[in-house]
Design a protein around this ligand. Structure first.
Ligand code: DC
Length: 233
């Protein structure tokens, strides 16, 4: 039996362009974009605000029932994250919160806590959901799974330019080291590590600009799902 809604899972390491490309793709084909990294970042922000020790997984787990995390969508279709009534969409993008997000994402209680929120969105909308374990754990029956990747140097460069644009202090070599460390954390953790689903299609954006990367993904969608949202007619 065909499910009521279609889903596209996009997984891959940080800085491969998952969120921005998924958002652009979702707008082009009329799907809802769910950036699951933003949801983990929101938990990371909550932990950082409570002055919890970075090794204290128990304290992070104990905080979860107190959290009110909402995924909302603005008039432009952009995802907004709301933590305890406060819009934290911009606040979760800092370097410090990236660190915290990676830490909380390794805690099984956090992953279990967020699973339902992610699946419910896919049960009520056509979605493009991006993250690390979407094709392997969250939506194993997704209609299309894409593993989006790029060489670490390319990913560090993009992150560097992004931070500069936001006026944050940035050191490119330091960012490369951080990218490599976070890759290790995401791939080596026991709970839902980042890995390519066996039935995922690989899209490598190394050396590709945004438009070229977007066209690559759009083509994959058209090839695997046919005409969607009027695109490809
Ligand atoms: O994609 P991002 O950098 O915004 O993700 C933030 C952190 O959350 C990153 O360390 C990986 C983690 N994450 C995860 O473990 N599983 C997901 N589905 C999405 C993100």
């Amino acid at each position: 039996m065909r499910r009521a809604y279609r889903s596209i899972a996009i997984d891959g390491p940080s800085g491969a362009g998952k969120s921005s490309l998924s958002g652009q793709l979702a707008r082009a084909i009329g799907y809802l974009h769910v950036d699951t990294g933003a949801i983990y970042r929101t938990v990371g922000l909550a932990a950082s605000r409570r002055a919890i020790g970075k090794e204290d997984a128990q304290a992070v787990a104990a905080m979860l029932p107190e959290l009110d995390i909402q995924v909302r969508y603005g008039p432009d279709g952009g995802q907004r994250m709301v933590l305890d009534g406060e819009d934290v969409t911009e606040a979760i993008r800092s370097h410090a919160v990236s660190e915290w997000a990676s830490i909380v994402a390794a805690i099984p209680a956090v992953r279990a806590f967020l699973l339902d929120t992610q699946r419910k969105l896919a049960q009520s909308h056509d979605v493009i959901m991006d993250g690390r374990d979407i094709g392997t754990v969250v939506l194993p029956d997704a209609d299309l799974k894409i593993f989006l990747t790029a060489q670490p140097k390319d990913r560090a460069r993009r992150r560097y330019l992004e931070l500069c644009q936001r006026g944050e202090q940035a050191d490119e070599e330091q960012i490369l080291q951080d990218v490599l460390r976070r890759d290790r954390q995401d791939m080596e953790r026991a709970a839902s590590p980042l890995r390519q689903a066996p039935d995922a299609v690989v899209a490598d954006t190394t050396g590709k600009g945004r438009e070229e990367s977007f066209q690559l993904l759009l083509k994959l969608v058209q090839t695997h799902l046919g005409e969607v949202g009027g695109v490809g007619r």
